[in-house]
Design a protein around this ligand. Structure first.
Ligand SMILES: *[C@@H]1O[C@H](CO)[C@@H](O)[C@H](O)[C@H]1NC(C)=O
Length: 282
């Protein structure tokens, strides 16, 4: 009996260990990758000696993944794949076209098979204490744009758009609304922690004054076709022009000078007049 073998296994299971992500978000309609590593005692075992299976936690014969695809649950047929190489201790599972009811928990099981007939030996382990739960996400994650700063005309400007996801095998694509041939785009893809990844696109360009107030849109397209976007209005500094200060200042100064000259002239005239009238009084 298959189940009994497994129930007996915890005694030996001290030596066989698996590390499976506990909980992971998955975007419904997209894909998800469950990270998993397995290690066994003794010497190296090639992939052909190991059989990796993913099954339901409470029903060990309900297979989410099995190398014999006829054994896989109908609802998971053609949707699961062992991405990891068992010979390299990697039991990572990929699920595509995630459905709302794809709730596990998903447990990994390893069987050591005989070399001659590919039949399982007594060494089989179901790691039912370390199963993965999938949390379904319905809202497409919005990308993040930054840093928001004012651009200087003629100076290089860099903007980053990034989004987190859980499907490194079919990562989201990030596109920009700008389509200038001199723009430079760098793509970065990196793990954040336990199954969560970040896809990032870095846009570099040299803004001109006419780009002021222009709208920049960054769109993330997830596997499965779901899209989300983030917008940003570019601010480009004006090239400084002081005419609006210089012209009035010159006008005020000129007026003051003319008025001053006028006053001096009037004082002189008055003095002359008073001297003349003084003379006449004498
Ligand atoms: C396991 O395999 C996946 C898919 O090939 C890979 O992305 C991941 O880095 C591997 N994990 C380890 C620990 O090597």
């Amino acid at each position: 009996d298959e189940n009994q073998t497994c129930i007996c296994s915890p005694v030996l299971a001290d030596e066989w260990t698996a590390d499976v992500v506990k909980s992971i978000d998955a975007l419904v309609g997209s894909c998800v990758v469950l990270p998993c590593t397995v290690s066994h005692p003794g010497t190296y075992l090639s992939t052909s000696r190991l059989r990796g299976i993913w099954h339901r936690k409470d029903k060990w014969t309900e297979y989410f993944y099995h190398e014999d695809s006829t054994k896989i649950l109908d609802s998971f047929k053609d949707r699961t794949k062992l991405l990891g190489n068992l010979g390299q201790n990697n039991c990572t599972l990929e699920i595509v076209q995630v459905k709302d009811h794809d709730n596990g928990p998903f447990c990994f099981r390893v069987e050591l098979v005989r070399k001659d007939n590919n039949e399982p030996t007594k060494e089989k382990f179901s790691f039912v204490e370390k199963c993965a739960d999938i949390k379904m996400i319905h809202d497409v994650p919005k990308p993040k744009l930054g840093p928001i700063k004012t651009a200087n005309p003629g100076k290089p400007y860099t903007l980053t758009c990034s989004v987190h996801h859980t499907c490194p095998s079919h990562r989201p694509q990030i596109k920009w609304s700008r389509e200038n041939k001199d723009d430079e785009i760098t793509e970065v893809h990196k793990p954040i922690h336990s199954g969560i990844w970040e896809a990032e696109s870095i846009l570099s360009f040299v803004p001109e004054e006419k780009d002021d107030e222009s709208e920049l849109i960054c769109t993330a397209t997830f596997n499965g076709g779901m899209k989300s976007e983030e917008k940003f209005t570019l601010n480009v500094k004006r090239i400084e022009n002081y005419n609006h200060i210089i012209i009035p200042a010159v006008a005020v100064a000129a007026t003051a000078v003319i008025f001053g000259l006028f006053c001096v002239l009037m004082v002189k005239k008055y003095n002359m007049w008073s001297r003349m009238s003084g003379l006449s009084r004498k």
